[in-house]
Write a protein that binds this ligand. Structure first.
Ligand code: GLN
Length: 239
C-alpha cells in the first residue's frame, strides 16, 4: 500500500519494560491519525531482519536482558548503522540506548558490547537512579518521563545530548545531560512510556519517516487534550 509506514520494534521479548511498549502504540496510532497505514514488525533474536523499515523503536531491559540480545544486536549492527546513516528515525530507550553506545560495563565488571551508533559509554553505578524526570531540549521543548537505571552514561567528544536535566538524574546524575542524538536517532533514559506524554517527539519520528519515504509530510490536527493533561499531572509529581 502506498502510504504504509513500517515500524520495527527491536527485541520486544527482552527489551521492553516500564511501559516502553506504549511508544510503539503511540507511533502506530498517531501515524494513522496523520493518514498513514502503520505496519508493525517485531524483531527478536534470530528473526529475519525485515527488508524495509521506516522507523525503529527499542526499549529498556534488565542487565540480563541486555546480555541475551547482545550477540544478535552485534550481528544486525551493520543494518542498523546503514539505517541510521540514511536518516531513518529511531527511538531507543534505556537498555537499548546504552547498547547503541560503545559498551555497558555492569557493576560486576563484565562488559556488554554496544554497536557504537552513539559516541558514548555506560558504567554500572553504585546506586539506581529512579524517579520522575523532566528535561529541556531545543527541538522538543520539555521532555517528561520516568527513569530507572544504574548505568551511568557519559557522552564522548562527538556525541550530542538530547536534553538538559531540569529534575532528575539523566545520563549519569553528574553532568546534567540526558540522552543523545545522532542524525535522526534519539536515545533516552525516559520510560513512562515516553511518547504518550511527549507527542511532539512521536510526530517528529513520523515526520522524518514520511519525508524520507514520500518526500513530504502534512500533519493533521490531532486532539491532544489528554496528552497535555497527562503532561501537567506528570510535571506536578514529586521526584
Ligand atoms: N540494565 C540497565 C541499567 O540498570 C538498563 C535499565 C533499563 O533499561 N531501565 O542501567
Amino acid at each position: 500500500m502506498k502510504n504504509e509506514l513500517h515500524i520495527l520494534q527491536l527485541y520486544p521479548r527482552d527489551m521492553n519494560i516500564y511501559g516502553d511498549w506504549g511508544n510503539v502504540l503511540t507511533v502506530m496510532r498517531r501515524a494513522e491519525w496523520h493518514g498513514f497505514t502503520p505496519v508493525l514488525h517485531e524483531y527478536n533474536p534470530g528473526d529475519a531482519f525485515p527488508e524495509y523499515i521506516d522507523i525503529v523503536i527499542g526499549g529498556g531491559g534488565q542487565d540480563a536482558g541486555q546480555d541475551v540480545i547482545q550477540t544478535d544486536l552485534l550481528k544486525i549492527s551493520p543494518k542498523l548503522h546503514e539505517l541510521a546513516n540514511s536518516d531513518t528515525p529511531m527511538l531507543l530507550i534505556c537498555g537499548l540506548y546504552q547498547l547503541f553506545g560503545r559498551f555497558f560495563k555492569t557493576k560486576d565488571g563484565h562488559e556488554i558490547k554496544g554497536i557504537g551508533i552513539f559516541d558514548l559509554e555506560t558504567h554500572g553505578g553504585p546506586e539506581r537512579m529512579i524517579g520522575n524526570i523532566v528535561t529541556s531540549s531545543d527541538e522538543f521543548g520539555e521532555i517528561i518521563g520516568y527513569e530507572n537505571h544504574s548505568g551511568q552514561t557519559f557522552l564522548g567528544e562527538s556525541a550530542i545530548s538530547l536534553g538538559k536535566v531540569i529534575k532528575g538524574a539523566g545520563n549519569n546524575g553528574q553532568d546534567e545531560y540526558e540522552g543523545a542524538r545522532y542524525r535522526h536517532v534519539i536515545g533516552s533514559y525516559l520510560h513512562g512510556s515516553l511518547l504518550p506524554k511527549n507527542p511532539v517527539m512521536a510526530d517528529w519520528l513520523i515526520e522524518k519517516a514520511a519525508i524520507k519515504k514520500f518526500g513530504e509530510f502534512t500533519p493533521q490536527q490531532i486532539d491532544d487534550r489528554l496528552a497535555l493533561a497527562a503532561r501537567k499531572v506528570a510535571l506536578s509529581r514529586p521526584r
